[in-house]
Design a protein around this ligand. Structure first.
Ligand SMILES: *Cc1c(COP(=O)(O)O)cnc(C)c1O
Length: 375
């Protein structure tokens, strides 16, 4: 048995891959692969519409929100967000750039902050280290500062947060209460827990972590936030234009949308997001428990914001890292090496990782630890 703990692109449900394989040459009697279809033909239009409808149902997206299928990943969206929203500012542009509030809780929010700085005056309202308000590349993130300590601006257009920091393993388990629209990068935990979409102005997520194949970016945006794009915003990145064209302003990533659609169907068969959330709680508790009750492993993230999806951990004796990874691979446990900026190990346990995969991992970790004590 192989279990793949990659942070992304990441594991997909076996059933989804099997269905995609079975339909590779001939989708539903059409005589064509999904990759070969016109995006405006009846066959692909039905795939597209079903995927949109299923996602809307899974997240209970209210009627006054648009779901957009875009490209460019969350990285492009880091620019697309301000390009579409700084126009909401009351001040006259470009003399008085819009104020944009950002919370820095890890590597991905730091990237968002850097990109947004090209389009507005970014206020880092909080950094994960309160003793050092200016985030740095080398900073280690282990907590989310209390909301009461955030230095929010009076005139911010929006507040940006990364609700799950894939690299640092830090997850918001609540939604901040602020007076401006919240823009959330949910790339690595969308559909892993129940959320209230109406708590957010914009939600965006690259598909390759918890949804499907790379190439598709999901954007869920409240309708009143459309139509404010800067004139310089590329048309393909203008939410209003994408929405007006039902995510077909230009050729969408058709195959990635098809795979996402298969994953949405799979989630529905599992009982929806609430059912998966229960399993995700059990999976992550099992893994953190073994780490916390070990002499060899440690996780440095505060208890109140540990990610259920991405679990970074360290071997207290780092000289064992190579042996750990090599033996894990032999045991069929793949891609456990931590991100280079954090080091150590990281187990990403997305929706598609079954409980058995985490059980196999903790069994291996316990046995590896025992062997070290004996040696
Ligand atoms: C992976 C990831 C990104 C970057 O995604 P790309 O598709 O490479 O642009 C951004 N934010 C988060 C939280 C991620 O996990």
């Amino acid at each position: 048995m192989i279990y793949n703990f990659s942070a992304g692109p990441a594991v997909l449900p076996k059933e989804v891959l099997q269905k995609a394989a079975a339909e590779m040459l001939d989708w539903d009697g059409s005589g064509m692969s999904v990759m070969e279809m016109s995006h405006r033909g009846a066959e692909f239009m039905s795939i597209h519409a079903q995927a949109l409808q299923d996602l809307r149902e899974l997240l209970a997206v209210p009627d006054d929100y648009k779901i957009l299928f875009m490209q460019g990943g969350a990285t492009a969206e880091n620019a697309i967000v301000p390009l579409n929203l700084v126009g909401l500012a009351k001040q006259s542009l470009p003399k008085h750039p819009a104020t944009l509030d950002y919370i820095c809780t890890g590597s991905w929010s730091l990237k968002s902050i850097k990109e947004a700085g090209k389009y507005g005056k970014v206020n880092v309202a909080s950094s994960a280290r309160t003793d050092d308000p200016s985030p740095r590349e080398t900073e280690k993130f282990t907590s989310i500062p209390a909301e009461s300590t955030w230095r929010l601006s009076d005139d911010a257009v929006y507040l940006h947060i990364c609700t799950n920091e894939t690299i640092d393993g830090i997850e918001f388990n609540y939604t901040p209460r602020v007076n401006v629209p919240i823009v959330a990068d949910m790339s690595s935990h969308i559909l892993s827990r129940v959320i209230n979409v109406s708590d957010y102005g914009v939600i965006y997520a690259g598909a390759q972590k918890n949804i499907g194949a790379a190439g598709l970016t999901i954007v869920i945006v409240r309708e009143d936030l459309l139509g404010h794009a800067l004139p310089i915003c590329p048309s393909a990145f203008n939410w209003q234009m994408v929405a007006d064209n039902n995510s077909m302003f230009n050729t969408p990533p058709t195959y990635a949308i098809y795979i996402a659609g298969l994953v949405f169907q799979w989630i529905k068969r599992q009982g929806g997001v609430a059912a998966l959330e229960k399993i995700n709680i059990a999976k992550s508790a099992l893994l953190y428990d073994v780490i916390d009750n070990s002499r060899l492993y440690e996780n440095r993230v505060n208890n109140d914001c540990r990610s259920r999806m991405n679990v970074p951990f360290f071997l207290r004796d780092e000289s064992l890292n190579d042996a750990f990874l090599k033996e894990a691979k032999t045991a069929g446990l793949l891609q456990l090496k931590g991100h280079s900026s954090v080091g150590g190990m990281r187990a990403s346990i997305y929706n598609a990782m079954p409980l058995e995969g985490v059980q196999a991992l903790v069994l291996f970790m316990r046995e590896f630890e025992k062997r070290q004590v004996k040696a």
